[in-house]
Ligand binder design. Structure first.
Ligand code: SME
Length: 180
């Protein structure tokens, strides 16, 4: 069933050749979000749907891939993805956005910091963070949330924004809730 609102939104996106919006409109048929809603509204709408989406699927990679896709296409961040802990480094996992660095040494960059400190790390200005790894020159602020299993960090969820100081309390709360 296609709603009139969805049809209009998609037609306009097709006319503009805006492929991100076209994809997003298809996604919103599976993940229902209010078009042009603010981020807080989207967070409230997304959390139960993402939990439902990954429920019952035991593959971590498959779930990370779907989560990265949903977050990227609904929230429109510059880069959303996971780095997986593998021995003494982080290795690139499922993501959406520009090509990224494949390996990050223990403790390096914002991701390595969040892993080693086992702490959500909100960086309002990446240029002011010592050791920030610039996978993309367009990233201005970044939020990294540890993903834990049995109290051990097994991965980190990394969200990059092209806007400076883009992450605040409600963003942190949403991504922390999601990573649990
Ligand atoms: N900026 C990150 C590296 C990963 S990319 O942003 C995708 C860091 O400093 O750890």
């Amino acid at each position: 069933f296609l709603s009139l609102r969805w049809f209009k939104y998609t037609s306009r996106a097709i006319q503009r050749g805006d492929y991100t919006s076209i994809f997003a409109s298809v996604m919103t048929q599976l993940i229902h979000t209010t078009p042009n809603a603010d981020r807080n509204t989207l967070y409230t709408e997304l959390l139960p749907q993402i939990k439902h989406l990954i429920q019952g699927e035991p593959s971590l990679i498959a779930n990370m891939a779907n989560v990265a896709s949903v977050l990227y296409h609904t929230l429109r961040f510059h880069w959303v993805g996971f780095y997986l802990v593998e021995e003494n480094e982080l290795v690139l996992g499922p993501f959406h956005g520009p090509v990224a660095c494949t390996r990050i040494a223990r403790g390096k960059g914002v991701c390595g910091h969040a892993w080693v400190e086992n702490k959500t790390t909100n960086v309002p200005d990446v240029e002011a963070f010592p050791g920030h790894i610039a996978c993309s020159a367009l990233s201005r602020s970044e939020l990294v949330v540890p993903v834990r299993k049995n109290n051990h960090v097994i991965a980190v969820l990394d969200i990059d924004s092209t806007r400076i100081n883009d992450f605040h309390e409600h963003d942190v709360a949403f991504f922390k809730a999601l990573s649990q």
